[in-house]
Design a protein around this ligand. Sequence first.
Ligand SMILES: N[C@@H](CCC(=O)N[C@@H](CS)C(=O)NCC(=O)O)C(=O)O
Length: 206
Amino acid sequence: MRTLFYVPGACSLAPHITLEWIGRPYEAIRVQYGSDKLLAVNPAGAVPTLREDDGWILTQAGAILDYLAHQHPEAGLAGGDGARAKAEGHRWSAFFTSDMHAAFWPVFMPDRYTTDQSKAAKAAVVEAGHRLVAKQLAVLERHLDGRAYILDGGRSVIDAYAFPMIRWAIKLLPGGLESFPTVQALHDRLAADPNVQKVLAREAGG
Ligand SMILES: N[C@@H](CCC(=O)N[C@@H](CS)C(=O)NCC(=O)O)C(=O)O
């Protein structure tokens, strides 16, 4: 059976939601960072990791989402057809991988971003991370103005990709999303989806 290895609330939430939207059988296995179970399928020790039933393993959230969208065109999660629609999908996937996700690293792991391990130095790194996250949220906020979803072709894997990061921002950014109402609206639209709620309940339950 197709298997997703996930950590609750991590970026693996994006393919987890996508698999639920697709509606085909899959298994979701909860793992811990650094565990043998995770290292056995992904030597980088990172989630998401997807394993197909023939043993083929795919890592990297953007690649997994792209793969799932194109393996299941019937689910309509690719965000549209044609060269420009595909390019927009790649553009926003790269945005979430390289700009938004990366902006959270100093917030999650400030010790990796300074050789000064004092409390004050790490607090400064976290604050710099908050600014980076806010900068990326402003990009998303502008783009979402007048749109229900990120891509023109309707709800897509890219919205699923945004979801865990928007949740991190709500939790970790001082002021949450108060300056980003369209991002908040996207969050609320996705959070109201019964499939998203099912996945959140599963991840919360362990
Ligand atoms: N470039 C990878 C990054 C994956 C990643 O770092 N995931 C985080 C969770 S959101 C993780 O597994 N972190 C564990 C670690 O870095 O040790 C991707 O986009 O899939």
